[in-house]
Write a new protein. Sequence first.
Length: 83
Amino acid sequence: VLCIQFLYYVIVTDVTRPCNESKMFCFGGKGEKVQIDSRFCCGLLKRAPCAYVCIPSCFSEECCPCLVASHEIYVEDAQIAIQ
């Protein structure tokens, strides 16, 4: 069970890879992937890992890896987790 205190600001999405069940059967895996993102100001800004810092949503994690503002966790059933 995952408890998020500020649910109003959190976006939880299913980012499971295509054909995950088949790939897990053949190659193994950790389960289905869920991404937790904290955006606000109409989705234009993301919260940064450090306090009181905001990142424009257009910045990708590839450009600024030190500013990763989303977290990924593995769950048994992603559709249930994002509800």
